[in-house]
Design a protein around this ligand. Sequence first.
Ligand code: M6R
Length: 606
Amino acid sequence: MCGIVGITSSKPVSSMILNSLRKLEYRGYDSSGIATLHEGTIHEIKSEGRVDALEKNLNKSNLYGNIGIGHVRWATHGVPSTINAHPHSSENVSVVHNGIIENSTLLKKMLLKKGHKFKSQTDTEVITHLITEYLKKNDLKTSVIKMLKRLHGSFALGIIFKDQPDLIVGARRGSPLAVGYGPNENYLGSDSYALKSMTNKISYLNDGEFCILKKNNIDFFDENGTKVNKKILELSSNENNYEKGEYKHFMAKEIDEQPTTIKNCINEYIDKKNNDINIFNFPWKSKEISSIVLIGCGTAYHSCLMAKYWFEQITTFDVSVDIASEFRYRKNRFKKNALYIFVSQSGETADTYAALDLCNKHNMKTCAIVNVVESSIARDSKFVLPIHCGPEIGVASTKAFIGQMLVLYLLCIKLAKNRKDISKDIFNNKIKSLESLSNLIKKTLNTESDIQMVCNSFVEAKGSMFLGRGYSFPIALEGALKLKELAYVHAEGYPAGEMKHGPLALIEEGMPVVVIAPRDEYYKKTISNMQEVIARGAKVLLITNKNKDEIFSENIWQSIEVENTTEDLFPFLITIPLQKLAYYSALKKGYDIDKPRNLAKSVTVE
Ligand code: M6R
């Protein structure tokens, strides 16, 4: 995690850096800082907490300089504090870093012996001293190459030098780094979004590369110092999507945007005229794929789990799902005929990227399902399916989850049709039912007042459970994750049928339990499991779909009925009240909904 910025210009840069840091705050908000170079001296200002705190400090004391670097931190080594905030400066250099230096302890020992003095507990400070050490005997470029070769782990770096009034070094291994081209100024940023208000002309560093950024020129090099050429990409500008508008929180806006994002995504993929799904240039024939491996983290992992149910139900593929941080270190038996699908909103999640990289190195078929199409995962996958959601800023993933599920579902039915796993009629019916999905989600958003009523019980609870079977199980996991991450309430997602194998012991008088039971083939079984928790004192919030029949239990505490749709599409509708439950619970507690404690939007460390 962490976000870095660098700007070299012919005008003062500190307020431009501050603006970019605000855009990067989604990557970390434990502390922040800026260093500039002015009249041959490095000046820094750092603050614990949000960028707002940094701004207050900046207002108190001016930070001059036409060249500078900035950082927002998500603590890895050392507590969140001003001392541990980046940049980390010596008299000669100042460094901002995103990632983890795995051999920092060894390097620190070596540098201490050479007389270097450390101020912070961070791994980053070794970079400051290491480059300072190499600069004693080498020119700048050689020092950078030698220093980078000594570092193990992942990093994106920005470095300014006391003796170089118009130069920033950027370097990347593992963590992403973009450069931006402006009029008489150039930029470095963890992503293009950070630079968007200044430029839409962007290049990306590849793994192992570094760059020397001057206000009128940028040179790129590989790890051995050989010059490399870069393509300049022009990004579309959609700044409005990055604003909250009339909403109090990005999360509220992003939940409400779901009918539109569903519509946009369907318009992108469904060819209404020919009743087909457009997946152009898919590089593999149906026969070449016999199994599907779905990989992701957090919410993206839940959408993979959901897809497993669809793929198993609708196709004849052998399907498996993996958490990226587990996959990357397991003894994998790569299957030649497998399609490896990497799901990620940001496209920058370190573990998901590492899993992709591993598959690429084994020459596997790799496909990314991402929201950010300029991301590392998108760029390095052999095929990309964007979810077309627009920027998701709230740390809690909402519209991206719905978008990931939708694209996975579309891919599933398209492959099923191509392999003749389903008939043309079934395929057509499935496409037809998707037509109403956006509207149904819109109607489901109206469950608002029901949800607000039940929040108190969750807010006050010691713990809660979310139960479901079949298609509803991944949604139960996702509902529990949302409540944990936003309202800091312990919540467990569980297969309803598993309760009696242990977790039932947790149920006590008044414990809130969400039971997800649409009237599908699992309904009766789930309702029996629900009775078992009610009998032990649980307060059950039942989420089901509208039906003429009465819900057959008098002991349910509350119920929420979503619209009717096909079994395949219920997961989309059932997700909505759970997103709202987490949102309103966090709101009641007065927590920072868009930036929950200890988390960051883009998890670029493993
Ligand atoms: O950007 P990604 O989709 O790869 O992120 C994966 C997870 O970090 C993310 O989904 C996380 O679990 C969310 N904050 C959950 O709301």
